[in-house]
Design a protein around this ligand. Sequence first.
Ligand code: HEM
Ligand code: HEM
Length: 179
Amino acid sequence: MTTYKDTPERYGPITRFLHWGMAVLFAAQFASAAAHWALPRENALRETLWSYHVTLGVTLFILVFLRGIWGLLNIPSRPPHSGAMGQAAVAGHVALYALMILVPSVRLLAAAGGERGLTYLGLTIFPPRETEIAWTQVPAEWHGEMGWILALLILGHIAMATIWHHLINRDGVLKRMAG
Ligand code: HEM
Ligand code: HEM
């Protein structure tokens, strides 16, 4: 019988859909951040790539919670991570989740306490305030730095999955998410 849940041999279709779907969306999000960082203000490509940063950032924020809940529900049946390497892999995944939540959270907090407010897909999430709440702006100063740390962690994650597991160890770890 086909199951939508994860099994010890492989991640199920819902986990895979969330993993690969979010991987594509993160690539687009980092493209917009890179354009913001590297290109001059009046550049048309920068404008285009930057235009979706907030909407896509909020979407990723919602998706990581759905993915996290689905992951927790599947913990008893997920592929095992044994030994020191397995524990290190779990620690790496926890760090990815922590940053996937923290990076958008600090900007959302700033929007909640800020003068410009926040709309998402036409819905007012935080109305503009007449006066800014100063402390809500402080963690957002680290948004970009934490975002780039997340990008480095993702690059390390991809290298571990493809070079270490698939090419060197040939242990089938990549296949349980991709094959
Ligand atoms: C997981 C989601 C997100 C990621 C990975 C991400 C990543 C980044 C990165 C790496 C930068 C630095 C760009 C530079 O160096 O110029 C940045 C800047 C920025 N992001 Fe995000 N972002 C996310 C979500 C959001 C959300 C939800 C908002 C708004 C509510 C937002 C608003 C901004 C703003 C205003 C800047 C420019 C100022 C600054 O660097 O703090 N981002 N983002
Ligand atoms: C080409 C890109 C990517 C490849 C080849 C890849 C590969 C993999 C593989 C093989 C696994 C299973 C590892 C295991 O069972 O120990 C995995 C899990 C995971 N990956 Fe990726 N990955 C990619 C992109 C990403 C991105 C962009 C993120 C976002 C931060 C991410 C976050 C995670 C997390 C958190 C897990 C743990 C399982 C889960 O909760 O979904 N990956 N990845």
